[in-house]
Ligand binder design. Structure first.
Ligand code: PLP
Length: 363
């Protein structure tokens, strides 16, 4: 059993993917080939954000967003304490300062009630993460941001395809970013990402920034990076995007099956009212997590911990001033466990996961 079975997905679309890849190989347009603009139009159409700018990874998408917002050294940016490091490390890389704020104990997303006390005169923006595939409470976060004059950029690396009260992730704030890392719900065959915005000026700027600040070759308006997506990855994503709605349904069905199988044994994932999830992860909470994970492994069942340390405890951030306490994040880091989850997971495998988990927990 695999944690994410990319082989099954490839087998399902292989002929189409190969055809699209071949077109790119014959075109010799490996950089900014026609698949890039086609994919961007489809991504924008899918989530409703007026502008989609593809780029080299989800991490670079965050960096490009910070660059587009003219973040200055020393600026403070609110991020959740419980997320993948890139949400915060891109802030530090750009010489600004991530400020870790605790998350909601039910949804594991940035807790709007905890934000205000961490805002200072240096705070410029908020990067909420839509963790495990469900949107952060963007409405509450947007309203705090408006009150304090801050920008909001949703880190939707796990949630492209999710919705909240009928609006799609990546179209819930001025800026949003996503990742097409292979294991994400919509993944390519390498690294890739995108930035989304509803602001035309920002969109133009992002297009410059991802390509060395140039529009015409060797005429550089801004200091930028090489942050482009490969045409090959765009061609692959075009095919996968055409099946993505179907895959989201398959993920939803798999999540519901886990819910039924596991209801009496573990703390199930909780969705905020009005939210749908991409189920980037199906993550339960158990006590004695490390032991449970070890015994699942012995039974041939892969699992994963997203994430074993709150960001404030990472060595890479040891030089940051101590912020507010983040007890919820600390508790989650010790108790969360993600189970095998992908669109093609079989009922038999889910039953096996549930059976082994029950056996271990009843021991
Ligand atoms: C995967 C991920 C990223 C980084 O995306 P890459 O494409 O791997 O650079 C950023 N934030 C979150 C929350 C992620 O899950």
């Amino acid at each position: 059993m695999k944690f994410v079975d990319l082989g099954m997905q490839f087998a399902a679309y292989e002929a189409e993917i190969r055809t699209e890849m071949d077109k790119v190989l014959r075109s010799e347009s490996f950089i900014n080939g026609s698949a890039i603009a086609e994919l961007e139009a489809s991504l924008s159409n899918f989530c409703g954000a007026p502008f989609a700018i593809t780029c080299s990874s989800g991490s670079d998408a965050i960096l490009l967003g910070l660059m587009a917002k003219d973040v200055r050294p020393g600026d403070e940016i609110i991020v959740p304490a419980f997320t993948f490091i890139a949400t915060a490390s891109m802030v530090s890389l750009y010489r600004a300062r991530p400020v870790f704020v605790d998350v909601n104990p039910q949804t594991f997303n940035l807790d709007p009630d905890e934000i205000a006390q961490s805002i200072t005169s240096r705070t410029v923006g908020i990067i909420p993460v839509s963790l495990y595939g469900q949107c952060a409470d963007m409405e509450a976060i947007n309203s705090i941001a408006a009150e304090y004059g801050l920008w909001v950029m949703e880190d939707a690396a796990q949630s492209f395809g999710a919705s909240t009260n009928g609006s799609m992730s990546c179209n819930l704030s001025e800026l949003a970013t996503t990742s097409f890392f292979p294991a994400k719900p919509l993944g390519c065959f390498g690294d890739g990402g995108a930035v989304f915005t509803n602001n035309k000026e920002l969109a133009e700027k992002l297009k410059l920034l991802r390509n060395h600040g140039q529009k015409q070759r060797y005429s550089h308006k801004l200091i930028g990076i090489n942050g482009r997506m490969d045409t090959l990855q765009a061609a692959i994503l075009k095919v996968k995007l055409s099946y993505f709605i179907k895959e989201l349904d398959m993920r939803q069905a798999a999540a519901e099956r886990y819910n039924t199988l596991l209801a009496d044994y573990v703390e199930l994932p909780v969705l905020q009212e009005g939210n749908t999830s991409t189920w980037a992860q199906y993550t339960i909470r158990v006590s004695d997590r490390d032991n449970v994970q070890c015994r699942l492994d012995e039974a041939g069942i892969p699992s994963a911990v997203h994430y074993p340390l709150p960001l404030g405890q990472q060595a890479a951030f040891a030089n940051l001033p101590k912020g507010m306490p983040t007890p919820v994040s600390e508790g989650l880091a010790k108790s969360v466990l993600s189970l095998p989850m992908h669109a093609f997971i079989s009922k038999q495998n889910q039953i096996k996961v549930a059976r082994e988990l029950k056996r271990i927990l009843n021991d």
